[in-house]
Design a protein around this ligand. Structure first.
Ligand code: NOJ
Length: 482
Protein backbone atom coordinates (compact mmCIF):
# COMPACT_ATOMS: atom_id res chain seq x y z
CA UNK A 1 0.00 0.00 0.00
CA UNK A 2 1.24 3.50 -0.82
CA UNK A 3 2.52 5.51 2.11
CA UNK A 4 0.07 8.24 3.25
CA UNK A 5 1.04 11.71 2.10
CA UNK A 6 0.10 15.02 3.66
CA UNK A 7 -0.12 18.39 1.98
CA UNK A 8 0.06 21.46 4.23
CA UNK A 9 -1.66 24.70 3.27
CA UNK A 10 0.41 27.87 3.69
CA UNK A 11 0.32 29.57 7.07
CA UNK A 12 -1.88 32.51 6.15
CA UNK A 13 -4.18 30.59 3.82
CA UNK A 14 -7.85 31.21 4.71
CA UNK A 15 -10.88 28.93 4.41
CA UNK A 16 -14.51 29.96 4.15
CA UNK A 17 -18.01 29.01 3.10
CA UNK A 18 -20.28 30.85 0.72
CA UNK A 19 -24.00 31.59 0.17
CA UNK A 20 -26.10 34.24 -1.57
CA UNK A 21 -29.13 36.27 -0.49
CA UNK A 22 -31.82 35.05 -2.87
CA UNK A 23 -30.69 31.46 -2.52
CA UNK A 24 -30.98 31.29 1.29
CA UNK A 25 -32.80 34.25 2.85
CA UNK A 26 -36.50 33.88 2.06
CA UNK A 27 -38.47 36.76 3.59
CA UNK A 28 -38.99 37.92 0.03
CA UNK A 29 -41.54 40.62 0.86
CA UNK A 30 -40.83 41.21 4.53
CA UNK A 31 -40.04 44.44 6.36
CA UNK A 32 -40.13 46.70 3.33
CA UNK A 33 -38.12 44.60 0.87
CA UNK A 34 -39.18 45.13 -2.75
CA UNK A 35 -39.33 42.61 -5.59
CA UNK A 36 -36.16 41.50 -7.29
CA UNK A 37 -36.07 40.03 -10.77
CA UNK A 38 -35.96 36.57 -9.17
CA UNK A 39 -39.12 37.20 -7.12
CA UNK A 40 -40.89 38.37 -10.23
CA UNK A 41 -39.52 35.61 -12.45
CA UNK A 42 -40.31 32.69 -10.14
CA UNK A 43 -43.82 34.04 -9.46
CA UNK A 44 -44.64 34.89 -13.06
CA UNK A 45 -43.07 31.90 -14.81
CA UNK A 46 -43.16 29.15 -12.17
CA UNK A 47 -42.87 26.47 -14.85
CA UNK A 48 -39.35 27.66 -15.65
CA UNK A 49 -38.11 26.36 -12.29
CA UNK A 50 -37.95 22.63 -11.60
CA UNK A 51 -40.96 21.64 -9.42
CA UNK A 52 -42.38 25.18 -9.67
CA UNK A 53 -40.41 26.32 -6.64
CA UNK A 54 -39.06 29.74 -5.63
CA UNK A 55 -36.83 31.41 -3.05
CA UNK A 56 -39.86 32.84 -1.18
CA UNK A 57 -38.86 31.01 2.00
CA UNK A 58 -35.87 28.90 0.95
CA UNK A 59 -33.65 28.22 4.02
CA UNK A 60 -35.41 31.06 5.86
CA UNK A 61 -32.07 32.57 6.80
CA UNK A 62 -33.78 35.92 7.16
CA UNK A 63 -35.09 34.50 10.43
CA UNK A 64 -32.55 31.81 11.12
CA UNK A 65 -29.20 33.47 10.53
CA UNK A 66 -28.08 32.85 14.10
CA UNK A 67 -28.39 29.12 13.56
CA UNK A 68 -26.43 29.52 10.32
CA UNK A 69 -23.68 31.29 12.19
CA UNK A 70 -23.53 28.48 14.75
CA UNK A 71 -23.09 26.02 11.87
CA UNK A 72 -20.41 28.18 10.24
CA UNK A 73 -18.63 28.42 13.57
CA UNK A 74 -18.62 24.65 13.92
CA UNK A 75 -16.83 24.39 10.56
CA UNK A 76 -14.06 26.53 12.09
CA UNK A 77 -13.67 28.55 8.90
CA UNK A 78 -12.07 31.99 9.00
CA UNK A 79 -14.67 33.78 6.86
CA UNK A 80 -18.25 33.68 5.61
CA UNK A 81 -19.13 34.97 2.17
CA UNK A 82 -22.76 36.12 1.89
CA UNK A 83 -24.50 38.58 -0.41
CA UNK A 84 -26.55 41.67 0.30
CA UNK A 85 -29.98 41.97 -1.28
CA UNK A 86 -30.15 45.30 -3.12
CA UNK A 87 -33.99 45.31 -2.77
CA UNK A 88 -33.84 44.86 0.99
CA UNK A 89 -31.66 47.93 1.39
CA UNK A 90 -33.05 50.16 -1.37
CA UNK A 91 -36.64 49.14 -2.21
CA UNK A 92 -36.87 51.59 -5.12
CA UNK A 93 -33.45 50.47 -6.34
CA UNK A 94 -32.16 53.99 -5.57
CA UNK A 95 -30.83 55.74 -2.46
CA UNK A 96 -33.83 58.07 -2.26
CA UNK A 97 -35.25 55.78 0.42
CA UNK A 98 -33.16 53.57 2.63
CA UNK A 99 -34.97 50.65 4.23
CA UNK A 100 -33.66 50.61 7.77
CA UNK A 101 -35.12 47.18 8.50
CA UNK A 102 -32.90 45.84 5.71
CA UNK A 103 -29.86 47.66 7.08
CA UNK A 104 -30.64 46.25 10.54
CA UNK A 105 -30.78 42.71 9.21
CA UNK A 106 -27.31 42.88 7.71
CA UNK A 107 -26.00 44.74 10.77
CA UNK A 108 -27.20 41.92 13.00
CA UNK A 109 -25.68 39.33 10.67
CA UNK A 110 -22.33 41.11 10.40
CA UNK A 111 -22.13 41.83 14.13
CA UNK A 112 -22.92 38.24 15.03
CA UNK A 113 -20.26 36.98 12.63
CA UNK A 114 -17.65 39.26 14.13
CA UNK A 115 -18.64 38.29 17.68
CA UNK A 116 -18.03 34.70 16.65
CA UNK A 117 -14.67 35.48 15.12
CA UNK A 118 -15.83 34.89 11.56
CA UNK A 119 -14.75 37.49 9.04
CA UNK A 120 -17.67 38.83 6.92
CA UNK A 121 -17.06 38.87 3.15
CA UNK A 122 -19.91 40.64 1.36
CA UNK A 123 -20.98 40.37 -2.27
CA UNK A 124 -22.94 43.37 -3.54
CA UNK A 125 -24.57 41.73 -6.54
CA UNK A 126 -25.37 38.04 -6.64
CA UNK A 127 -27.98 38.19 -9.43
CA UNK A 128 -31.03 39.62 -7.59
CA UNK A 129 -31.33 42.96 -9.39
CA UNK A 130 -34.31 45.14 -8.34
CA UNK A 131 -37.26 44.54 -10.66
CA UNK A 132 -37.67 48.30 -11.20
CA UNK A 133 -34.14 48.47 -12.63
CA UNK A 134 -34.55 45.31 -14.62
CA UNK A 135 -37.62 46.88 -16.21
CA UNK A 136 -35.33 49.52 -17.70
CA UNK A 137 -33.19 46.84 -19.31
CA UNK A 138 -31.13 45.71 -16.34
CA UNK A 139 -27.40 45.46 -17.10
CA UNK A 140 -28.07 46.08 -20.80
CA UNK A 141 -28.89 49.68 -19.92
CA UNK A 142 -25.61 51.53 -19.21
CA UNK A 143 -27.29 53.66 -16.51
CA UNK A 144 -27.57 50.54 -14.37
CA UNK A 145 -23.83 50.83 -13.72
CA UNK A 146 -24.50 54.20 -12.04
CA UNK A 147 -27.44 52.83 -10.06
CA UNK A 148 -25.29 49.93 -8.92
CA UNK A 149 -22.52 52.28 -7.85
CA UNK A 150 -24.97 54.36 -5.79
CA UNK A 151 -26.22 51.21 -4.07
CA UNK A 152 -22.63 50.13 -3.43
CA UNK A 153 -21.92 53.48 -1.75
CA UNK A 154 -24.85 52.94 0.64
CA UNK A 155 -23.43 49.53 1.57
CA UNK A 156 -19.89 50.85 2.10
CA UNK A 157 -21.29 53.62 4.27
CA UNK A 158 -23.39 51.38 6.48
CA UNK A 159 -21.28 48.23 6.70
CA UNK A 160 -17.75 49.15 5.65
CA UNK A 161 -16.61 49.86 9.19
CA UNK A 162 -16.85 46.07 9.74
CA UNK A 163 -16.81 44.47 6.26
CA UNK A 164 -13.21 44.49 5.03
CA UNK A 165 -13.59 42.34 1.93
CA UNK A 166 -16.08 43.38 -0.74
CA UNK A 167 -17.03 41.60 -3.93
CA UNK A 168 -18.74 43.83 -6.46
CA UNK A 169 -20.28 41.36 -8.91
CA UNK A 170 -20.58 37.61 -8.70
CA UNK A 171 -20.00 35.68 -11.93
CA UNK A 172 -20.61 38.42 -14.49
CA UNK A 173 -19.89 35.97 -17.32
CA UNK A 174 -22.64 33.60 -16.31
CA UNK A 175 -25.17 36.41 -15.98
CA UNK A 176 -24.18 37.84 -19.36
CA UNK A 177 -24.40 34.41 -21.01
CA UNK A 178 -27.42 32.86 -19.31
CA UNK A 179 -29.58 35.75 -18.11
CA UNK A 180 -29.17 38.18 -21.04
CA UNK A 181 -27.54 36.08 -23.77
CA UNK A 182 -29.58 33.00 -22.81
CA UNK A 183 -32.84 32.05 -21.16
CA UNK A 184 -31.70 29.84 -18.29
CA UNK A 185 -31.54 32.60 -15.65
CA UNK A 186 -33.73 35.64 -14.95
CA UNK A 187 -34.50 37.89 -16.79
CA UNK A 188 -33.97 35.36 -19.61
CA UNK A 189 -33.62 37.92 -22.43
CA UNK A 190 -32.13 35.25 -24.71
CA UNK A 191 -30.28 37.83 -26.77
CA UNK A 192 -27.41 35.68 -27.96
CA UNK A 193 -24.26 37.43 -29.16
CA UNK A 194 -25.80 40.86 -28.55
CA UNK A 195 -27.41 41.11 -25.10
CA UNK A 196 -24.59 38.96 -23.75
CA UNK A 197 -21.92 41.53 -24.69
CA UNK A 198 -24.10 44.53 -23.88
CA UNK A 199 -24.97 43.32 -20.37
CA UNK A 200 -21.37 42.22 -19.79
CA UNK A 201 -20.20 45.72 -20.73
CA UNK A 202 -22.66 47.20 -18.22
CA UNK A 203 -21.48 44.84 -15.49
CA UNK A 204 -17.85 45.79 -16.09
CA UNK A 205 -18.72 49.50 -15.88
CA UNK A 206 -20.76 48.89 -12.73
CA UNK A 207 -17.84 47.07 -11.14
CA UNK A 208 -15.47 49.86 -12.19
CA UNK A 209 -17.64 52.62 -10.72
CA UNK A 210 -18.19 50.80 -7.42
CA UNK A 211 -14.45 50.09 -7.14
CA UNK A 212 -13.53 53.74 -7.60
CA UNK A 213 -16.15 54.94 -5.14
CA UNK A 214 -14.62 52.62 -2.56
CA UNK A 215 -11.14 53.67 -3.53
CA UNK A 216 -11.79 57.41 -3.33
CA UNK A 217 -14.34 57.75 -0.59
CA UNK A 218 -13.84 54.83 1.78
CA UNK A 219 -10.54 52.99 1.45
CA UNK A 220 -8.40 55.36 3.50
CA UNK A 221 -10.73 55.21 6.50
CA UNK A 222 -12.13 51.71 6.23
CA UNK A 223 -8.94 50.01 5.07
CA UNK A 224 -10.65 47.13 3.31
CA UNK A 225 -10.31 45.46 -0.08
CA UNK A 226 -12.64 45.22 -3.03
CA UNK A 227 -12.68 43.11 -6.17
CA UNK A 228 -14.72 41.22 -8.73
CA UNK A 229 -15.41 37.47 -8.71
CA UNK A 230 -15.26 35.83 -12.10
CA UNK A 231 -16.46 32.34 -12.84
CA UNK A 232 -14.13 30.36 -15.04
CA UNK A 233 -14.13 27.03 -16.73
CA UNK A 234 -10.90 25.50 -17.88
CA UNK A 235 -10.98 25.04 -21.69
CA UNK A 236 -9.06 21.89 -22.57
CA UNK A 237 -8.23 21.38 -26.26
CA UNK A 238 -10.38 18.50 -27.55
CA UNK A 239 -7.37 17.11 -29.42
CA UNK A 240 -3.71 18.07 -29.64
CA UNK A 241 -4.09 19.48 -33.17
CA UNK A 242 -2.86 23.09 -33.54
CA UNK A 243 -6.41 24.08 -34.54
CA UNK A 244 -7.99 22.79 -31.33
CA UNK A 245 -5.17 24.14 -29.19
CA UNK A 246 -5.71 27.56 -30.70
CA UNK A 247 -9.48 27.28 -30.33
CA UNK A 248 -9.07 26.45 -26.63
CA UNK A 249 -6.85 29.51 -26.12
CA UNK A 250 -9.38 31.69 -27.98
CA UNK A 251 -12.06 30.28 -25.72
CA UNK A 252 -10.07 31.19 -22.58
CA UNK A 253 -9.48 34.72 -23.87
CA UNK A 254 -13.11 35.28 -24.86
CA UNK A 255 -14.72 33.58 -21.85
CA UNK A 256 -12.71 34.38 -18.70
CA UNK A 257 -10.58 36.95 -20.56
CA UNK A 258 -13.72 38.88 -21.56
CA UNK A 259 -14.05 40.00 -17.91
CA UNK A 260 -10.51 39.49 -16.63
CA UNK A 261 -8.45 41.16 -19.37
CA UNK A 262 -9.94 44.67 -18.94
CA UNK A 263 -9.11 44.52 -15.22
CA UNK A 264 -6.03 42.35 -14.75
CA UNK A 265 -3.96 42.62 -17.95
CA UNK A 266 -1.16 45.11 -18.52
CA UNK A 267 -2.82 46.60 -21.62
CA UNK A 268 -6.40 46.67 -20.33
CA UNK A 269 -9.49 46.67 -22.58
CA UNK A 270 -11.09 43.57 -24.05
CA UNK A 271 -8.56 41.00 -25.29
CA UNK A 272 -7.29 42.12 -28.68
CA UNK A 273 -8.34 38.86 -30.32
CA UNK A 274 -11.87 39.30 -28.99
CA UNK A 275 -12.07 42.90 -30.19
CA UNK A 276 -10.79 42.03 -33.66
CA UNK A 277 -12.82 38.86 -34.13
CA UNK A 278 -16.17 40.28 -33.06
CA UNK A 279 -15.62 43.54 -34.98
CA UNK A 280 -14.83 41.59 -38.16
CA UNK A 281 -17.51 38.94 -37.77
CA UNK A 282 -20.17 41.57 -36.95
CA UNK A 283 -19.28 43.43 -40.14
CA UNK A 284 -19.36 40.27 -42.25
CA UNK A 285 -22.77 39.47 -40.82
CA UNK A 286 -24.14 42.83 -41.96
CA UNK A 287 -24.23 44.65 -38.62
CA UNK A 288 -23.36 48.30 -39.00
CA UNK A 289 -21.49 48.33 -35.72
CA UNK A 290 -19.65 45.77 -33.67
CA UNK A 291 -21.83 43.68 -31.36
CA UNK A 292 -19.10 44.13 -28.73
CA UNK A 293 -19.46 47.62 -27.20
CA UNK A 294 -16.38 49.84 -26.89
CA UNK A 295 -14.82 51.38 -23.81
CA UNK A 296 -13.70 55.01 -23.92
CA UNK A 297 -9.95 55.54 -23.38
CA UNK A 298 -10.77 56.83 -19.91
CA UNK A 299 -12.82 53.74 -19.06
CA UNK A 300 -9.96 51.51 -20.20
CA UNK A 301 -7.67 53.26 -17.71
CA UNK A 302 -10.23 53.19 -14.91
CA UNK A 303 -10.89 49.48 -15.36
CA UNK A 304 -7.24 48.53 -15.40
CA UNK A 305 -6.16 47.38 -11.97
CA UNK A 306 -9.64 47.89 -10.50
CA UNK A 307 -9.60 44.80 -8.31
CA UNK A 308 -7.56 44.20 -5.19
CA UNK A 309 -7.61 40.43 -5.77
CA UNK A 310 -8.60 37.94 -8.46
CA UNK A 311 -11.87 36.44 -7.14
CA UNK A 312 -12.49 33.09 -8.78
CA UNK A 313 -15.41 30.67 -8.86
CA UNK A 314 -14.54 27.36 -10.43
CA UNK A 315 -16.47 24.12 -10.85
CA UNK A 316 -15.91 22.78 -14.26
CA UNK A 317 -13.83 21.98 -17.34
CA UNK A 318 -15.00 21.90 -20.97
CA UNK A 319 -13.40 20.33 -24.02
CA UNK A 320 -12.93 22.82 -26.84
CA UNK A 321 -12.98 22.04 -30.53
CA UNK A 322 -12.27 24.35 -33.44
CA UNK A 323 -15.32 25.31 -35.55
CA UNK A 324 -18.92 26.16 -34.82
CA UNK A 325 -22.21 25.45 -36.59
CA UNK A 326 -24.62 27.52 -34.46
CA UNK A 327 -26.86 30.05 -36.17
CA UNK A 328 -25.09 33.38 -35.58
CA UNK A 329 -24.81 35.50 -33.63
CA UNK A 330 -23.75 33.55 -30.56
CA UNK A 331 -20.69 33.86 -28.35
CA UNK A 332 -19.30 30.46 -29.32
CA UNK A 333 -19.90 31.22 -32.95
CA UNK A 334 -17.83 34.36 -32.51
CA UNK A 335 -15.08 32.31 -30.87
CA UNK A 336 -15.45 29.78 -33.69
CA UNK A 337 -15.35 26.89 -31.27
CA UNK A 338 -17.62 24.20 -29.85
CA UNK A 339 -17.48 23.17 -26.20
CA UNK A 340 -18.59 19.82 -24.84
CA UNK A 341 -17.95 17.36 -22.04
CA UNK A 342 -15.62 14.48 -22.59
CA UNK A 343 -17.70 11.34 -21.98
CA UNK A 344 -14.98 9.95 -19.71
CA UNK A 345 -15.39 12.79 -17.19
CA UNK A 346 -17.30 11.90 -14.05
CA UNK A 347 -20.85 13.27 -13.90
CA UNK A 348 -22.71 14.49 -10.83
CA UNK A 349 -26.20 15.60 -9.79
CA UNK A 350 -26.46 18.33 -12.42
CA UNK A 351 -26.06 18.14 -16.16
CA UNK A 352 -24.26 21.46 -15.95
CA UNK A 353 -21.16 20.10 -14.22
CA UNK A 354 -18.43 17.48 -14.50
CA UNK A 355 -15.69 16.43 -12.07
CA UNK A 356 -12.30 17.33 -13.56
CA UNK A 357 -9.87 18.36 -10.80
CA UNK A 358 -6.80 18.65 -13.05
CA UNK A 359 -8.61 21.41 -14.95
CA UNK A 360 -8.48 23.52 -11.78
CA UNK A 361 -4.69 23.36 -11.64
CA UNK A 362 -4.40 24.23 -15.33
CA UNK A 363 -6.79 27.14 -14.91
CA UNK A 364 -4.84 28.54 -11.96
CA UNK A 365 -1.65 28.33 -14.01
CA UNK A 366 -3.30 30.05 -16.97
CA UNK A 367 -4.35 32.93 -14.70
CA UNK A 368 -0.86 33.11 -13.22
CA UNK A 369 0.79 33.29 -16.64
CA UNK A 370 -1.74 35.57 -18.25
CA UNK A 371 -2.11 38.19 -15.54
CA UNK A 372 1.28 38.25 -13.84
CA UNK A 373 0.48 35.94 -10.97
CA UNK A 374 -2.23 37.95 -9.20
CA UNK A 375 -3.45 37.07 -5.73
CA UNK A 376 -6.32 34.64 -6.36
CA UNK A 377 -9.06 34.00 -3.82
CA UNK A 378 -11.27 31.05 -4.69
CA UNK A 379 -14.73 32.25 -3.68
CA UNK A 380 -16.66 29.20 -4.88
CA UNK A 381 -16.01 25.55 -5.59
CA UNK A 382 -18.45 22.74 -4.88
CA UNK A 383 -20.20 19.58 -5.90
CA UNK A 384 -23.74 19.14 -7.21
CA UNK A 385 -25.65 16.29 -5.59
CA UNK A 386 -29.17 15.27 -6.55
CA UNK A 387 -32.29 14.01 -4.78
CA UNK A 388 -30.75 10.61 -4.08
CA UNK A 389 -27.92 12.13 -2.05
CA UNK A 390 -27.74 11.09 1.62
CA UNK A 391 -25.93 12.56 4.61
CA UNK A 392 -23.10 10.21 3.70
CA UNK A 393 -22.08 12.38 0.74
CA UNK A 394 -18.93 10.56 -0.29
CA UNK A 395 -18.98 12.02 -3.82
CA UNK A 396 -18.88 15.56 -2.47
CA UNK A 397 -16.00 14.59 -0.19
CA UNK A 398 -14.08 13.12 -3.12
CA UNK A 399 -14.74 16.22 -5.20
CA UNK A 400 -13.66 18.60 -2.44
CA UNK A 401 -10.50 16.69 -1.65
CA UNK A 402 -9.47 16.23 -5.27
CA UNK A 403 -10.08 19.89 -6.15
CA UNK A 404 -8.23 21.04 -3.06
CA UNK A 405 -5.34 18.73 -3.93
CA UNK A 406 -5.19 20.23 -7.44
CA UNK A 407 -5.26 23.71 -5.92
CA UNK A 408 -2.50 22.85 -3.46
CA UNK A 409 -0.35 21.57 -6.35
CA UNK A 410 -0.91 24.89 -8.08
CA UNK A 411 0.14 26.73 -4.91
CA UNK A 412 3.03 24.59 -3.72
CA UNK A 413 4.46 23.23 -6.96
CA UNK A 414 3.55 25.93 -9.49
CA UNK A 415 3.77 29.00 -7.23
CA UNK A 416 0.29 30.26 -8.03
CA UNK A 417 -0.66 32.90 -5.45
CA UNK A 418 -3.91 31.45 -4.16
CA UNK A 419 -4.61 32.78 -0.67
CA UNK A 420 -8.10 31.51 0.12
CA UNK A 421 -10.63 28.81 -0.62
CA UNK A 422 -14.40 28.98 -0.15
CA UNK A 423 -16.68 26.01 -0.35
CA UNK A 424 -20.00 26.46 -2.10
CA UNK A 425 -22.11 26.15 -0.05
CA UNK A 426 -22.94 26.22 3.65
CA UNK A 427 -26.27 24.41 3.16
CA UNK A 428 -28.58 23.14 0.43
CA UNK A 429 -30.48 26.05 -1.05
CA UNK A 430 -32.38 27.40 -4.06
CA UNK A 431 -30.25 26.40 -7.03
CA UNK A 432 -31.77 28.83 -9.56
CA UNK A 433 -33.51 27.05 -12.44
CA UNK A 434 -32.99 23.68 -10.73
CA UNK A 435 -34.96 24.80 -7.68
CA UNK A 436 -34.24 22.50 -4.74
CA UNK A 437 -33.40 19.41 -6.78
CA UNK A 438 -29.68 20.11 -7.10
CA UNK A 439 -27.87 20.25 -3.77
CA UNK A 440 -24.49 21.79 -3.06
CA UNK A 441 -24.62 22.05 0.74
CA UNK A 442 -22.30 20.91 3.49
CA UNK A 443 -25.53 20.84 5.50
CA UNK A 444 -28.75 19.18 4.45
CA UNK A 445 -31.84 21.37 4.80
CA UNK A 446 -35.26 19.79 5.23
CA UNK A 447 -37.40 21.97 2.98
CA UNK A 448 -40.57 20.13 4.06
CA UNK A 449 -40.01 21.11 7.67
CA UNK A 450 -41.39 24.57 8.52
CA UNK A 451 -38.30 24.96 10.71
CA UNK A 452 -36.00 24.16 7.79
CA UNK A 453 -33.93 21.87 10.00
CA UNK A 454 -30.24 21.88 9.07
CA UNK A 455 -28.16 18.71 9.50
CA UNK A 456 -24.43 18.45 8.76
CA UNK A 457 -23.48 16.01 6.03
CA UNK A 458 -20.32 13.94 6.27
CA UNK A 459 -18.59 16.47 4.03
CA UNK A 460 -19.04 19.13 6.75
CA UNK A 461 -16.86 17.07 9.11
CA UNK A 462 -14.24 16.44 6.43
CA UNK A 463 -14.09 20.13 5.54
CA UNK A 464 -13.83 21.06 9.22
CA UNK A 465 -10.91 18.64 9.59
CA UNK A 466 -9.07 20.17 6.63
CA UNK A 467 -9.67 23.65 8.01
CA UNK A 468 -8.51 22.79 11.51
CA UNK A 469 -5.46 20.72 10.56
CA UNK A 470 -4.72 22.95 7.55
CA UNK A 471 -3.75 19.84 5.66
CA UNK A 472 -5.01 17.24 3.27
CA UNK A 473 -4.00 13.63 3.89
CA UNK A 474 -4.06 10.93 1.24
CA UNK A 475 -5.69 8.48 1.36
CA UNK A 476 -8.58 9.92 3.31
CA UNK A 477 -8.17 9.15 7.05
CA UNK A 478 -10.14 6.09 8.14
CA UNK A 479 -12.26 8.04 10.62
CA UNK A 480 -14.11 9.70 7.75
CA UNK A 481 -15.02 6.48 6.05
CA UNK A 482 -17.15 4.85 8.74
C1 NOJ B 1 -22.32 29.80 -9.01
C2 NOJ B 1 -23.22 30.77 -8.36
O1 NOJ B 1 -22.53 31.90 -7.90
C3 NOJ B 1 -24.10 30.18 -7.28
O2 NOJ B 1 -25.15 31.05 -7.08
C4 NOJ B 1 -24.57 28.81 -7.68
O3 NOJ B 1 -25.46 28.27 -6.77
C5 NOJ B 1 -23.36 27.90 -7.83
N1 NOJ B 1 -22.48 28.43 -8.84
C6 NOJ B 1 -23.69 26.47 -8.21
O4 NOJ B 1 -24.31 26.43 -9.45
Amino acid sequence: MAKPTTVHFPKNFKFGVSTSAYQIEGGWNEDGKSESIWDYYTHTFPQRIVNLTSGDISCDSYHKFEEDIANIKRLKVQFYRFSISWCRILPSGHPNKINHAGIDYYNRLINALIQNNIEPVATLFHWDIPLSINNLGGWCNPITSDYFASYARVCFKHFGDRVKTWITINEPILIAMRAYGGAQLAPAYDSKGIGSYLSGHGELLGHMKAYHIYDKEFRAIQKGRIGITNDARWGEPATQTPEDIEAAERYMQMDLGWFAHPIFSKEGNYPLIMRELIDTVSKNQGFDQSRLPKFTPEEIQLLKGSSDFFGLNHYNTVAVKHGNTEVPPTNENDINCTTFYDPSWKTNGSELFRVVPWGFRKLLNWIKNEYNNPEVIVFENGFAGNDTETLNDIDRIDYMRSYMAAMSDAILKDNCRVTGYTFWTLMDNFEWQDGYTVKFGLHHVDFKDPNRKRTPKRSAFVYQDIVVTRCLTNPIPDRFLH
